[in-house]
Write a protein that binds this ligand. Structure first.
Ligand code: BJW
Ligand code: ZN
Length: 263
């Protein structure tokens, strides 16, 4: 795998140091170094023979609700055991150093929050919240329901309970989409980390920002459709590249002497 050149890193650091409004878009790759499997990497263990793209759908839930429930409970357990990595921590630090910082994550885990990020926009929902698939009533997960073979049923209508995540073919949360698109249109930097850039409408967000005049930086070990349009593609893992970008930022207000980057 190629690594970013010193010049690319220096250029990216300068863009970050100068930025007043940053939107950061993260995907599964930012949590990979915490031990949370990405979607398009092969699954391991018991789940290796199932296609995550099929499980994350109404069709998959209708065909085998128990299988989908057990998959989400296994993933919830993994997320709860996982710890934020250096990439999550660097983004929380960057937010504190930037006048306006909007973090949009496609991830359903809470690792950004546990790293100290605030107001995280979960554009594909959250794995530790639940509601009825029929009437939408919220459901509080009971300990015995984690290990049950079938999903719990709704106390109001008897429908099946599901995680509060966005499956294929479902609408994204309108309030989150509105903020994400508004901020993308007026940011000066869109920092993308660890997404394959193939799931829409979120995959459009970097282009929305770029067309409105923002610089796009993409951090990913692999080249993706977003890397191809990015102004700066930093090929590597989030856990290595993000601290290298943020670690050199000083705490002074941006645009003032001494606020720049060293190294
Ligand atoms: C590292 C790393 C390291 C590894 N450091 N990086 C336009 C065109 C074509 C299709 C569509 C379109 N508009 C809509 C569609 C259909 C569909 C879609 O996009 N399909 C495509 C697959 C073709 N979109 C939808 O259906 C969406 N809904 C919708 O549009 O509704 C319309 C509607 C309107 C009104 C009413 C009703 C409907 C919904 C999409 C929902 C996606 N849901 C999921 C599951 C969430 C729940 C769960 O977690 O189970 O979201 S699917 C899955 O993909 C998940 C992710 O958030 C999402 C993106 O994946 P991500 O994060 O990019 O992960 P990976 O695995 O793909 O990539 C990981 C990357 O990390 C890789 O690049 C690695 O290289 C990298 N990496 N290690 C940094 N250490
Ligand atoms: Zn219900």
């Amino acid at each position: 795998m190629a690594t970013p050149t010193t010049q690319q890193l220096a250029q990216a650091r300068q863009v970050i140091a100068d930025a007043q409004r940053i939107v950061c878009l993260t995907g599964a790759g930012v949590s990979a170094e915490s031990g949370v499997a990405t979607f398009r990497d092969a699954q391991t263990g018991l789940w290796a023979k199932f296609d995550p793209l099929r499980l994350a759908s109404q069709a998959g839930f209708a065909a085998d609700p128990g299988l989908v429930w057990q998959w989400y409970m296994a993933r919830l357990g993994t997320v709860e055991q996982a710890m934020p990595n250096h990439g999550h921590l660097a983004l929380a630090r960057l937010a504190a150093l930037t006048p306006t910082f909007t973090l949009v994550t496609q991830n359903v885990d809470d690792l950004h929050e546990r790293a100290g990020s605030q107001n995280v926009l979960h554009i594909h929902g959250r794995i530790n919240h639940f509601h009825c698939n029929t009437c939408g009533t919220e459901h509080t997960l009971q300990p015995d329901e984690r290990t049950s073979e079938l999903p719990p049923t709704c106390l109001l209508c008897g429908g099946l309970v599901r995680p509060a995540v966005v499956w294929f073919g479902e609408a994204l949360p309108g309030d989150v989409v509105e903020i994400a698109w508004r901020e993308a249109e007026r940011c000066d930097l869109m920092l993308v980390v660890g997404t394959s850039g193939v799931v829409y409408p979120v995959a459009q967000l970097p282009l929305v920002a770029q067309q409105a005049g923002a610089v796009v930086i993409d951090v990913n070990p692999e080249c993706t459709p977003i890397s191809e349009i990015a102004d700066i593609f930093l090929q590597g893992s989030g856990g290595l590249i993000l601290p290298a970008l943020v670690g050199a930022l000083s705490a002074g207000p941006k645009g003032h002497p001494g606020s720049g980057l060293s190294g």
